[in-house]
Design a protein. Structure first.
Length: 709
């Protein structure tokens, strides 16, 4: 294990620093966590052992679900500009092109494609986003020790916090010559002596470990990392080649004449990435591998045998390495409720399906809003237990999925090779007509019932596709304005539901009205809608009043603190320096604690969006019920005008033309009492209750009170 300073090393005086959250590891997972927390007014310190971002990229794709989360965080446009859509798969058997299979797009998301973008460029983009909100990555800092400190106070209470020792070499870097050059090796290295270091001790409320498969945090805390290392010997090559087979379009999959598999795709810099299956090696044979013996000539010989009799000549390369596939998962993702593992620090698996980096980014999104609510005093610490409860099952499923995809991709036995040949032949003809829940795009990840995913008795038996724990779905809405009220609204401005749900740390309350906002009938009229036993309905005036009252109550009870208040509370609860480091010296701790532009507003923890159907519009109601009570109609029009004039998030009403979004959420668009859906800050459904009358709002109150402080 990496040891602390030794007598042979010179260490300058130790500096003590307090910060609410320390993040170790500035890959995509750590960078995204820092962005989200900073946007939520939580000061962070982000350290990284490497002085520069590696130009080498294992991960190459951003999936639909991750793009949705980037959009919610307000940063997606940069990545859409940097990347390109994943295109067709060209399947070869030997040098013969068997078929061209279209990429599996989806109708489930606005981002209905995979975005091809190397990890190095994703890292660059996230780093730039972080800079723009005032935070610099502190590079060259290596984590040496970390522990959770528990202290007994005089009043009988207990104080606990994380204490982490980090250091930075005054000359050179912290990279040791003994480190393995085989990508995917999970190991630690001995200390390198005879260097001078500056040392800091950081005391933080929380530590987020995003320091990869070799996680120093995981090792220091003795968190087991069980699993297996596969015997496959894979080779990664980035470079230029001359070949009879074109590699400049889409993704190329070659089932070799030597019963080996090779996958290739064009990189934006003009090079081609090859992933070559080089058979199986025993653990002893893997240990004996010498990366320096893997030359361009050696790779060319192996690739030529796979693509024979076609020509294959290597011209140059920028990266050539062996790759070991690990399928491992940390024994726990949370240590003493203070240290959290995310990304490769908590789970690693095969690159098949491109799930790894996306998993880490989604870990960050799941975790950060919960930490923010706790630090802002808006939620109890028990909320953080849901991170492991939700992400561990997802990691289990992704490890199994990627293992299955790798096995299918590399398998070249007679039966499966024959099956793949048949599948490749018919796939172009049948895939465009198959609408399946593609697990690779990660849109169908489901969180099961827990403390923050609660079923209402009124909605306990809703179809699982619409139940709590599911991703909040998207769809088009029409913006209704006072002057557009009625049928004209059907031709008005369009907005997607997800565009209304932008911003981390916000609970979005979706009020689906069905047709409950029809004007009240006169005494002489008979209702044409069935009565739903036990469900209290409402009208437009009652709904407007409920929204105003409950939004006001929630925002007065739960609101975000300023950054200054968060810093002050950190200083007061953690023993150490009287003030946090605030210098502008970006080589140290500080820039992450500086004031950020556009801080989150304290009243934006809750937003309400009203979604009506065509038959709820006054003009539609009038045409279908010409004898309706005129006074009720006037009242309904006035209340709908009031909702239409509200600001976004204040209960503003939107038209769900033909009830398409009602259907996506399992809500009856006609003859129904409506449904209130509570969408968590990470855009998963936390609660849903039948009806939109006062009793339904009271249920929402009880749900929020059960998870917030």
């Amino acid at each position: 294990m990496i040891s602390s300073t030794t007598p042979s090393q010179d260490t300058l005086s130790v500096k003590n620093v307090n910060v609410p959250v320390l993040i170790s590891g500035a890959g995509p997972t750590g960078l995204f966590a820092a962005i989200l927390l900073t946007k939520l007014n939580i000061p962070v310190r982000l350290i990284e052992r490497h002085l520069e971002v590696s130009p080498l990229s294992k991960a190459l794709v951003i999936h639909s679900r991750t793009m949705e989360l980037f959009a919610q965080a307000g940063i997606v446009d940069r990545f859409l500009d940097l990347g390109s859509h994943i295109s067709d798969f060209h399947v070869y058997f030997g040098p013969k092109l068997m078929s061209v299979i279209p990429a599996l797009n989806t109708k489930e998301s606005h981002y209905n494609y995979g975005l091809f973008l190397e990890q190095s460029r994703t890292t660059w983009g996230l780093t730039e986003e972080l800079k723009e909100i005032g935070v610099q990555v502190d590079r060259g800092w290596e984590l040496m020790e970390t522990k959770v400190v528990e202290e007994n106070n005089a009043d009988g209470t207990t104080t606990n916090y994380v204490e982490t020792k980090i250091r930075r070499a005054l000359v050179g870097d912290n990279i040791r010559t003994t480190e393995s050059r085989i990508l995917g090796a999970v190991e630690e290295d001995p200390e390198e002596a005879n260097k001078q270091y500056e040392v800091e001790v950081i005391r933080s409320e929380y530590l987020i470990a995003t320091d990869g498969g070799k996680s120093a945090v995981r090792h220091k805390l003795d968190i087991a990392f069980p699993g297996r290392t596969l015997d496959n010997n894979l080779i990664i090559f980035d470079g230029h080649v001359d070949s009879d087979v074109p590699f400049d379009a889409g993704i190329t999959v070659i089932n070799g004449t030597n019963n080996k598999t090779m996958i290739a795709f064009q990189l934006p810099n003009g090079e081609t990435r090859f992933l070559l299956d080089n058979g199986f090696l025993t653990p002893e044979e893997h240990s004996a591998l010498k990366p320096e013996e893997l030359t361009m000539d050696v790779f060319e010989k192996l690739a030529s045998a796979t693509i024979a009799p076609a020509k294959f000549k290597c011209l140059d390369h920028s990266w050539l390495t062996y790759y070991r596939v690990n399928e491992r998962q940390a024994e726990t993702f949370c240590y003493k409720k203070r240290v959290f593992l995310a990304g490769d620090a908590s789970h690693v698996h095969s690159p098949a399906g491109g799930q790894g980096m996306n998993m880490g980014l989604q870990d960050s999104f799941n975790l950060t809003w919960k930490i923010a609510l706790v630090l802002h005093g808006m939620a109890p610490k028990v909320l953080l237990d849901s991170y492991e409860a939700e992400r561990k099952p997802v990691a289990d499923a992704i490890i199994k999925l990627s293992a299955k995809l790798l096995d299918i991709g590399l398998a070249q036995d007679f039966v499966r090779r024959t099956f793949k040949r048949i599948a490749a032949t018919i796939a172009p003809y049948i895939l465009p007509y198959i609408n399946t829940n593609n697990p690779i795009n990660m849109l169908f990840i489901r969180y099961h019932d827990n403390a923050i995913n609660q079923r209402s008795e009124s909605q306990a038996h809703v179809d699982e596709d619409y139940q709590v724990g599911q991703r909040a779905r998207d769809g088009n809405l029409r913006v209704i304005r006072k002057q557009d009220m009625g049928l004209a609204a059907q031709e008005g401005e369009t907005v997607r539901l997800h565009q209304l749900m932008v911003g981390p740390g916000i609970f979005h309350i979706l009020v689906f009205t069905s047709d409950l906002l029809l004007p009240a009938l006169s005494k002489n009229e008979k209702s044409t809608s069935p009565t739903i036993k036990g469900v209290e309905t409402t009208d437009a005036g009652g709904l407007a009043k409920s929204i105003e009252e409950h939004l006001s109550a929630w925002r007065s009870k739960w609101s975000y603190k300023s950054r200054a208040q968060i810093i002050e509370s950190t200083v007061s609860t953690i023993p150490g320096p009287t003030t946090p480091e605030t210098s502008n010296d970006t080589s140290s701790t500080s820039s992450s604690l500086a004031a950020i532009p556009h801080p989150i507003r304290a009243d934006k923890a809750f937003m309400v969006h009203t979604i009506v159907t065509d038959c709820s519009l006054p003009s539609s109601s009038l045409s279908s019920s010409p004898k309706s009570n005129s006074e009720s109609m006037v009242s309904t029009v006035a209340s709908m005008d009031r909702l239409a004039d509200n600001k976004a998030g204040e209960g503003k009403v939107y038209l769900d033309h033909q009830g398409c979004i009602h259907q996506k959420y399992g809500v009856a668009s006609k003859n129904g009492p409506g449904v209130i859906v509570v969408v968590r800050p990470d855009s998963y459904i936390g609660y849903r209750v039948l009806g939109a009358g006062p009793s339904a709002w009271d249920e929402v109150d009880r749900y929020l009170e059960s998870i917030l402080a």
